[in-house]
Design a protein around this ligand. Structure first.
Ligand SMILES: *Cc1c(COP(=O)(O)O)cnc(C)c1O
Length: 758
């Protein structure tokens, strides 16, 4: 936004009266003195909300503002312009309206009782690579927010997306007047809420006012008759229209349909839409997921009470297969009266087994007794519910590892973006997904576009199947005594020797099956598992004689991918390419070929991605060239006791550390049984408390560790960082002379895993 107005022009725009005039220009609008960063040519609007902006004019002046729009008498020095208006919000809207009218681009207004922000953000996502799109920031959709949004538009924009929300009758007329939309999107309306409106019909009618002068409005077919009656031209759609786009099986398919229809109309090619609709960003706020007491799964979303975010949280809870019983816990005490029924209606739409309302900090006793249930806790940020949620944490949560799902998704996307089009992604989730927990990450990957999963052993694959993972799963070490389970769980074995192949063929034949998918591992330089090049003739002969199995892929593994000297890897890639040519020539079926791991994908995806890559550590952000990727893991513990020592006191088993000065030590709730190895004893390892480095003193015990906190103000239960902002996993691995892989997979199961969705 750059308004480019003189003070007197501004005055006439807002129909004000200049009670005091100084010369000057106005480029930006200010209404919160705390947010003043640049005052160059700013105008301060004194709004009357829960605080009165007139109390802050002096502060704005001190920060350099010289133009003011007010509705009360103010006393300001002579070098300012003071514009008097009846109502400052109204004046602000007038300014927004004038600003909007400078542009001829399509302005698309979005309203309805649900899903506005989702639709606005998704439509933006579908359009942003083809157009320069201006849009409502966050959910600025109120009388004030709409004006703010319009003032953000500038001459570079080609399309504007503006959200509008109402909570009382007759609010929409004004919004329609200032937005003056050329097109609309109607998101739909809930069943029977809105206390501020006499009836559902009137609530709907109020929404429709926004579209009174649009050329047309995108709607779901079910609203056809209401729009007809109001003589609003529409472009209609429904989920059925988008069968080819695979959205029927997804959440929010109505929202997706509307976005597709609008984007298609605006000229985005169908192929691009197909691609983009599969990767829409989810918008909910921060959510924490963790295993709670009594086998419960806890979804802690106590950060805001925005309806869109609530809907996303519910979608997440109800579409997840983890835990059949689902309940919702709400604290509505900080929510406006009018919103409460809206929230309750939305929740009831999903049909939770129970809805608990927590008031005055009291948890209902039945809630505490819940077992094996998925529990969504939802409240605004100001509620105390976020503290009460802690009661549902296991005691083991005093030491925990946290995984940032957003970082993981972004790493997956980044790695995929390096691949030639059509290359598949197999994600290795062996060893409980590198120690991140049994099934959370596989579920997440299944949702976010992995094509294949890989595990080390059959049992790991079986666990995934038992927990609802449907993706094809490659098992790296497939042992004859596990072939039964392999077949039972539809797992795909990696075959690396003739004897193993023959045994597997036999097992498949016993089940009367044919064309069972298998993968062949070939040796190119790792010298671990795999057929030698010289075995290939015999192997091909064997495969030719049976139709029990079908080779789905042929792969090999890089031994030295993180070496900056690429010579060895390039040699392996060459050998693999040679084997590929030979296999393709001799086996009739079409097969995939793959050799790159995470490090390989970062380096060689242009030359050797073949049909698929197998990535593991990269999705967590820990590769040697890791600066393109985001770290996703934090390991935390807490302080259980503080002790003051006098010189001569010794610390812990074996008395390996003697205090030589008065010192304070903290005992931490983590020990070698958690994976905080004993070799970190006596200054080898460090942790961070309140951002300060604290060395380990004495020997690490099985369940506890002592650190020196002599110079730090800290207290019992304070959080301690083992890996995180101050200490990277690589630094921690260096203390142990090892690599991030070993650190991740050595953190014991008893350490809680917490996943952050944001
Ligand atoms: C673990 C593994 C991978 C993944 O390796 P990262 O270095 O974690 O990307 C790929 N292929 C095979 C055979 C593996 O065992």
């Amino acid at each position: 936004m750059k308004l480019g107005l003189t003070h007197s022009e501004l005055c006439s725009y807002v129909n004000g009266r200049l009670v005091q005039e100084a010369s000057g220009n106005v480029d930006i609008v200010i209404y919160d003195t705390r947010k003043i960063t640049t005052t160059r040519d700013g105008v301060f609007f004194a709004f009357i909300g829960h605080r009165d902006g007139h109390d802050f004019v002096q502060k704005a002046y001190d920060k350099g503002v010289r133009c003011f729009v007010v509705s009360k008498d103010v006393d300001l020095p002579e070098d300012t312009s003071v514009i008097y208006v009846e109502n400052t919000l109204y004046a602000f809207q007038e300014l927004a309206k004038e600003h909007r009218n400078r542009f001829t681009m399509p302005v698309i207004a979005i309203t309805g009782s649900l899903g506005k922000t989702t639709i606005k953000e998704w439509l933006y996502y579908l359009l942003k690579d083809d157009f320069r799109v201006g849009r409502t920031p966050k959910s600025y959709n109120s009388q004030l927010g709409v004006a703010q949004s319009l003032l953000e538009l500038n001459e570079h924009h080609e399309i504007a997306l503006i959200e509008a929300d109402i909570s009382h009758p007759n609010e929409m007329d004004r919004l329609e007047e200032i937005i003056s939309p050329t097109m609309g999107v109607f998101t739909g309306i809930g069943k029977n809420y809105e206390q501020n409106f006499p009836s559902k019909e009137q609530h709907l009618a109020e929404h429709l006012k926004l579209f009174a002068h649009t050329n047309f409005t995108f709607i779901l077919t079910e609203y056809h008759s209401q729009f007809r009656r109001n003589k609003i031209s529409t472009i209609e759609t429904s989920v059925n229209e988008w069968k080819d786009f695979g959205i029927e099986q997804q959440n929010f398919s109505d929202n997706r349909s509307l976005c597709l229809k609008a984007a298609e109309f605006l000229g985005v090619e169908s192929a691009k839409l197909k691609e983009r609709i599969a990767h829409l960003p989810m918008l909910s706020g921060r959510q924490e997921l963790f295993e709670g007491i009594n086998g419960n799964l806890i979804i802690n979303d106590t950060y805001n009470m925005d309806l869109d975010a609530l809907e996303q949280a519910l979608e997440y809870q109800f579409s997840s297969k983890e835990r059949a019983r689902k309940i919702v816990v709400l604290d509505l005490s900080h929510v406006e009266e009018a919103r409460k029924s809206e929230i309750l209606e939305l929740v009831s739409k999903y049909g939770p087994e129970r809805v608990f309302r927590v008031e005055d900090n009291v948890l209902p006793p039945e809630l505490i007794e819940m077992k094996d249930t998925s529990i969504l806790f939802k409240s605004s940020f100001h509620s105390n519910l976020k503290v009460l949620v802690q009661k549902f944490k296991n005691r083991k949560h005093e030491t925990w590892v946290e995984f940032d799902l957003k970082a993981i998704r972004s790493n997956l996307r980044h790695l995929q973006s390096l691949l030639p089009k059509g290359t598949k992604t197999l994600v290795m989730v062996k060893a409980s997904s590198y120690g991140t927990g049994d099934v959370k990450i596989p579920h997440f990957l299944q949702e976010h576009g992995a094509d294949y999963l890989g595990v080390a052993y059959t049992d790991e694959g079986a666990t995934l199947r038992e927990n609802g993972i449907e993706l094809p799963i490659l098992v790296m070490n497939s042992e004859p005594n596990a072939f039964e389970d392999t077949i039972l769980h539809r797992l795909e074995p990696s075959i690396h020797a003739l004897s193993q192949l023959k045994a597997f063929v036999e097992a498949v034949e016993q089940h009367g099956l044919s064309n069972y998918p298998i993968h062949l591992e070939v040796e190119t330089g790792m010298h671990r598992l795999g057929f030698e090049e010289s075995d290939l003739t015999e192997l091909l002969g064997c495969l030719g004689k049976t139709d029990a199995v079908q080779v789905v892929s042929v792969f090999s593994h890089l031994a030295d991918a993180d070496n900056p000297d690429e010579e060895y890897s390039l040699g392996q890639l060459e050998t693999f390419a040679r084997i590929k040519e030979r296999m393709k020539g001799e086996l009739p079926c079409s097969m995939m070929f793959h050799i790159l791991n995470s490090e390989g994908a970062l380096k060689f995806s242009k030359i050797a991605a073949h049909d698929m890559v197998r990535i593991g550590i990269g999705i967590f952000g820990y590769t040697s060239g890791g600066d393109q990727l985001l770290p996703s893991m934090k390991w935390k513990t807490t302080v259980s006791q503080l002790k003051n020592l006098t010189p001569g006191d010794t610390i812990g088993y074996g008395r390996t550390y003697t205090a030589n000065k008065p010192m304070t030590i903290a005992t931490l709730r983590v020990g070698y049984a958690d994976g905080f190895k004993r070799s970190l004893s006596n200054g080898v390892g460090h942790v961070y408390i309140h951002g300060v480095q604290c060395p380990v003193v004495g020997n690490v015990c099985m369940d506890m560790t002592m650190v020196d906190v002599t110079n730090i103000a800290c207290s019992v239960n304070d959080e301690v960082e083992i890996i995180g902002e101050h200490q990277t996993i690589q630094e921690f691995a260096d203390f142990l002379n090892t690599i991030p892989y070993e650190v991740m997979t050595s953190i014991n199961k008893r350490v809680a895993r917490v996943y952050i969705r944001s």
